[in-house]
Design a protein around this ligand. Structure first.
Ligand code: KG4
Ligand code: ZN
Length: 331
């Protein structure tokens, strides 16, 4: 079963072919990073138009890399949300057009579930139930995954997403967008590691909050005699990583899960990867960085678990721009 996946929820136009939800035959990502660096962040309309330009070449490339013709493709999947509305419409409607032309089923996929399913593209198959920590530019979610498609949301951010905090703090430190990688590089240069920034533990809750930390960085940067930027970056990364890894480990212990899954762009962070592995009471699965940030292989992998959700491309269809927290799949 070969699924062509398409992803366009934010600022990467991506297409991939995945066999049986596990074997990646191609994975093409056209990043808009350079475009958004001019504005220091994603301008939704600019992103949507860039998706429109990139979609067809990216799909062609994904088929060529997989050495597939259209006859080898059994279904087409695309991200339906959450994400930027204009950006989602381009990918989903593009997928629908292709499905219509080829007479193939169309499978709309939840982006967050896609991030989680990137862990099924690795050699070791995760054991369920699992605790999933999804940390990206738009989301910070702690999910209890009973089985594919059956998630309970234990907690999430009350304000900024973890990646958003990296992006905003990078801006305060004069670093480019997206902020995660340059903050990590700068933090690694810190020789003195004494600066301490706050952590929002929020008691026993599985929720997160990063806006206070961001404000603390702002005050520190503006204060007379502020520490060097590398030391601030180190302390910021330490604070985020400490809270994410401790809360994920605590929830895994309490829920008695069989494994821990980490996903989303921030899961590319080296210190987060190390700390989660160190603290988790159960085996940890984390995709390689290219499968942590937005990609379409994860969308095809998730779609394989929802073949029953396939729709006829000519049927009425809509995007789901915001996370559905109390819907069918997010209890
Ligand atoms: O999953 P993703 O590509 O897009 C969303 O679905 O949001 O995540 C992008 C986010 C950005 O905020 C970026 O700064 C962050 O992931 N990120 C990182 C690293 N690489 C990307 N954050 C921390 N450390 C990294 N190495
Ligand atoms: Zn994402």
């Amino acid at each position: 079963m070969r699924i062509l996946g398409i992803e366009s929820s934010c600022d990467e136009t991506a297409a991939a072919v995945v066999a049986d939800g596990r074997r990646m035959l191609s994975n093409v990502v056209a990043s808009q990073t350079a475009l958004h660096q001019e504005t220091g962040g994603v301008v939704p309309e600019v992103a949507a138009r860039a998706h429109l330009r990139a979609l067809v070449p990216v799909v062609r490339r994904a088929l060529a890399d997989a050495e597939c013709s259209w006859d080898d493709i059994d279904a087409i999947a695309a991200t339906a949300g959450p994400g930027l509305p204009g950006a989602l419409v381009i990918g989903l409607n593009g997928a629908r057009g292709l499905a219509y032309a080829r007479g193939l089923p169309l499978i709309p996929v939840d982006h967050i579930e896609g991030h989680v399913c990137a862990n099924w593209l690795l050699d070791a198959e995760p054991q369920l139930p699992a605790l999933a920590l999804v940390v990206s530019g738009g989301h910070t979610e702690l999910l209890l995954m009973h089985e594919h498609g059956r998630f309970v949301r234990l907690g999430g951010t009350r304000d900024d997403a973890a990646g958003e905090a990296f992006d905003k703090v990078a801006r305060l430190l004069g670093l480019p967008y997206p902020g995660g990688p340059p903050i990590s590089r700068l933090a690694a240069e810190a020789t003195v590691r004494r600066v301490r920034l706050p952590r929002a533990w929020l008691g026993e809750s599985d929720d997160f909050s990063f806006s206070g930390l961001k404000t603390a960085v702002l005050h520190m940067v503006q204060s007379p005699g502020a520490p060097p930027p590398a030391e601030i970056a180190w302390a910021f990364e330490e604070s985020v990583v400490d809270v994410l890894s401790k809360k994920a480990a605590r929830a895994a212990e309490r829920e008695g899960v069989a494994s821990m899954l980490v996903a989303g762009g921030v899961a590319a962070n080296r210190r987060l990867r190390e700390r989660v592995i160190e603290r988790s009471p159960v085996p940890v699965h984390i995709p390689p960085p290219v499968l942590c940030t937005d990609n379409a292989a994860m969308i095809a992998a998730a779609a394989f678990r929802h073949l029953d959700a396939a729709v006829a491309p000519e049927s009425a269809l809509d995007i789901v721009p915001t996370a559905v927290r109390r819907g069918r799949r997010w209890a």
